[in-house]
Design a protein around this ligand. Structure first.
Ligand code: HEC
Length: 124
């Protein structure tokens, strides 16, 4: 009788442990997924965003993003501006200037990806 009770509680404990570790891994996977916008976008989406960056952004910032109507978006200047500031400029635009807001066209993930790419450098 005693042995039976013991084995039951041991089984329950193992089950609890499994649930606990399951929760830990679940939370860890959410945390790592949020680390970079890049990992949340499909390869296809990423390449279409890079295309947009060169075509649409490039129409003002220069086809090589080295400046035109808008300032250059080279990794040199973009790393100084920082991904957070780039995100804000791209999402809301710069009111009173020709820089338009992109929030109706791009979601936060996509803007984050573009900001990350600009910091690393996409100019040629
Ligand atoms: C219609 C023209 C136009 C388009 C299209 C455009 N921009 Fe701009 N952008 C500007 C202008 C003009 C400025 C400078 C605003 C100012 O005077 O502060 C600017 C500023 C910026 C800045 C801040 C640069 C700095 O050094 O402060 C970033 C970053 C930027 N644009 C990114 C983008 C991205 C990314 C896209 C495409 C998704 C884009 N822009 C599309 C005109 C444009």
């Amino acid at each position: 009788m005693n042995v039976w009770v013991f084995s039951l509680t041991k089984k329950q404990m193992t089950l609890r442990l499994h649930i606990r570790w399951g929760l830990v891994f679940f939370l860890l996977s959410i945390a790592s997924a949020n680390l970079s916008a890049q990992s949340q976008l499909t390869e296809e989406k990423r390449s279409s965003l890079l295309h947009l960056l060169k075509q649409d952004c490039g129409s003002c910032h220069g086809m090589r993003l080295t400046g035109g109507l808008g300032p250059e978006l080279t990794s040199d200047t973009m790393s100084k501006l920082g991904a957070k500031n780039i995100f804000t400029v791209v999402k809301y635009g710069r009111p009173g200037t020709a820089m338009p807001p992109w929030r109706a066209i791009l979601n936060d993930n996509e803007i984050e990806f573009i900001a990350e790419q600009l910091v690393v450098g996409v100019e040629e």
